[in-house]
Write a protein that binds this ligand. Structure first.
Ligand SMILES: Cc1ncc(COP(=O)(O)O)c(C=O)c1O
Length: 439
C-alpha cells in the first residue's frame, strides 16, 4: 500500500461521513438527478447521470417541437441557435465570454477544427516572428488517444510533426520549432491536472499557441480560459456536464483569433449567410464559423438539461463550491483507501496536491485491476478500468467524484465495498475476468 496518510487524525467513521453530508450546502443538488436506488455511481467522468428533467425535455422536443411544430421549430423553438445558446450557458463554467463558445459536434471533430485553425494561425507569422520554421505539434504521451490520433492525422496532412513527451518534459520541449502545444487539462488516466496559466505563459513565451482539451475539466474544476490566456479549447458534453450518451461537445476560440482564421470543415452552418445559398464560402463572423452542418437537436436539447444543475449551483457558490466539495470527497476517498484497504497492493496514481488534481481518484494495483472493478460494479459501485501498457503505465481503477450528486457517505460505502472485494478475494471469480467491448 503506497498511499501516504493525508492527515494524522484518528480513523474516520461512517458517522463522520453522515455528519459531513448533513452539513453539505450542495446536498440538495443531487435531487435533480435520477440515480438508480442503491447505486453508487463513480463514473460521471465517463458518462454523467440522467437529469430528472431529461425525459420530459426529450418528450417535448420530439412530440411538440418536432411532432407539431415541424420545420417551423427551427425558428419558433430556437433550434437553429441551440449551439450558441448552449455555448453561452457553458461559458461561465470554463471562464469564457458568452459569445465565444459553441455546443456542437464531438470532441474529436472539434479538436480537428480548432487544431487546424491553430496550425494556420501558427504558420501565419502572427503568433511568432519565426513562424514558418515552426513545424511541430507538442503533446503528452499519455494524452487521450483521440487527441493524439487527430493530431497525428492533421500533422500528416499539413506537413507538421507530432512530438510526444512526458509531462515533466513539456516546459523544456517548448522550443522554436513548436507551433502548437496540445494538452488535456486533467489527464483521463491519472486525474493529474496541469496549471493552465503557467503552461499558457510558458508556451506563449516560447512563441507557441495552446489548445486545451477540457473533457475532464468542464463542470469538474473551475476553468479560466480567458484569464489564463489560453488560445483554443474543446470539451465534452456527456461526462461532467451530464448531457447524455453521445451528447454534443463544445469548443472555444479566444476572440483575438476567431475572425482571423478559418476552420477546415467549412459547412453551410458556419457560413455568413447560410440561407443565401451562395456557391462560395464566406465564414460567419465570430464563433459561428466553427459550425459545420445541421446539428442533432434532440441531443443538444438534453445537454441543456445537464446544465440546469450548474445553474442551480450558482446560488450556492457555483464552481468554487463544487470544487471545494470535490476535493473534500477525493481527500476522503484517498484517506479511507489508505486506512481501510492497506495491505492489498493498492497504490495511488492521482497527485495528492489539490492544485494538481482533477475530480477523479485513480488507483493502481499490479494485478486484478479489471476484475476488481467488475466485482465492485456487481456490488453496485460503478467505477471503470483503464488498461496500462504493462511497463511505464500501470492498470488503473478509476473513480469519478462528481460533487453534484456524490455524498460523503457514498464515498465511505464505496471504499467499504472495495475493502470487502479485496479481503474476500471475490474478484478472482471467473465472471469478473470476462472482457466487454466498453471498459
Ligand atoms: C480527454 C478526452 N478527450 C476526448 C474524448 C472523447 O472524444 P469524443 O467524444 O469525440 O469521443 C475523451 C473520452 O473519454 C477524453 O477523455
Amino acid at each position: 500500500m503506497n498511499i501516504p496518510p493525508t492527515t494524522p487524525l484518528t480513523p474516520i467513521t461512517r458517522q463522520d461521513c453522515q455528519v459531513l453530508d448533513a452539513a453539505d450546502p450542495l446536498r440538495a443538488l443531487r435531487d435533480a438527478f435520477d440515480i438508480p436506488a442503491g447505486l453508487i455511481y463513480l463514473d460521471g467522468n465517463s458518462l454523467g447521470v440522467m437529469p430528472k428533467s431529461a425525459a420530459a425535455c426529450a418528450a417535448r422536443v420530439v412530440t411538440q417541437e418536432w411532432g407539431q411544430g415541424l420545420i417551423g421549430s427551427w425558428n419558433a423553438a430556437g433550434w437553429f441557435s441551440l449551439p450558441q445558446r448552449l455555448g453561452a450557458r457553458i461559458a461561465p463554467l470554463i471562464g469564457a465570454g458568452t459569445d465565444e463558445v459553441l455546443a456542437t459536434d464531438s470532441t474529436s471533430i472539434n479538436l480537428y477544427k480548432v487544431l487546424s485553425a491553430a496550425l494556420d494561425n501558427a504558420s501565419s507569422g502572427n503568433a511568432a516572428q519565426d513562424a514558418p520554421a515552426r513545424r511541430q505539434v507538442l503533446s503528452e504521451r499519455s494524452n487521450f488517444p483521440t487527441d493524439l490520433y487527430i493530431a497525428e492525422g492533421l500533422c500528416r496532412e499539413r506537413g507538421f510533426t507530432l512530438t510526444l513527451v512526458e509531462p515533466e518534459n513539456i516546459a523544456s520541449s517548448l522550443n522554436a520549432e513548436v507551433a502548437v502545444l496540445l494538452l488535456t487539462h486533467v489527464n483521463y488516466r491519472t486525474g493529474a491536472m496541469h496549471d493552465m496559466a503557467a503552461v499558457n505563459a510558458a508556451a506563449h513565451a516560447a512563441g507557441a499557441l495552446v489548445v486545451w482539451d477540457l473533457a475532464h475539466s468542464a463542470g469538474a474544476v473551475p476553468v479560466a480560459l480567458k484569464d489564463s490566456d489560453a488560445d483554443y479549447a474543446v470539451g465534452c458534453g456527456y461526462k461532467y456536464l451530464n448531457g447524455g450518451p453521445g451528447a454534443p461537445a463544445f469548443l472555444w476560440v479566444h476572440p483575438r483569433h476567431t475572425d482571423r482564421f478559418r476552420q477546415p470543415l467549412a459547412g453551410w452552418w458556419g457560413h455568413a449567410a447560410p440561407f443565401a445559398f451562395t456557391p462560395d464560402y464566406q465564414p460567419a463572423a465570430g464563433i459561428a464559423r466553427y459550425l459545420c452542418g445541421t446539428q442533432p437537436v434532440v441531443s443538444l436539447s438534453l445537454l441543456g438539461c445537464g446544465l440546469e444543475a450548474f445553474e442551480a449551483a450558482q446560488a450556492l457558490g457555483g464552481m468554487a463550491a463544487l470544487r471545494a466539495k470535490s476535493l473534500a470527497l477525493s481527500d476522503l476517498f484517498i484517506r479511507l483507501v489508505g486506512e481501510r484497504c492497506a495491505g492489498h497492493g493498492v497504490g495511488l496514481a492521482t497527485p495528492l496536491p489539490h492544485a494538481q488534481r482533477g475530480s477523479q481518484v485513480c488507483l493502481t494495483r499490479p494485478t486484478g485491476a479489471f476484475a476488481i472493478v467488475q466485482a465492485l460494479i456487481a456490488r453496485g459501485v460503478v467505477g471503470d478500468f483503464r488498461a496500462g501498457d504493462g511497463a511505464a503505465q500501470p492498470d488503473i481503477l478509476r473513480f469519478g467524484l462528481t460533487p453534484l450528486y456524490i455524498g460523503f457517505e457514498d464515498v465511505w460505502n464505496a471504499v467499504e465495498q472495495l475493502r470487502e472485494v479485496l479481503e474476500s478475494g471475490e474478484w478472482q471469480r471467473p465472471e469478473f475476468h470476462r472482457q466487454h467491448a466498453v471498459t
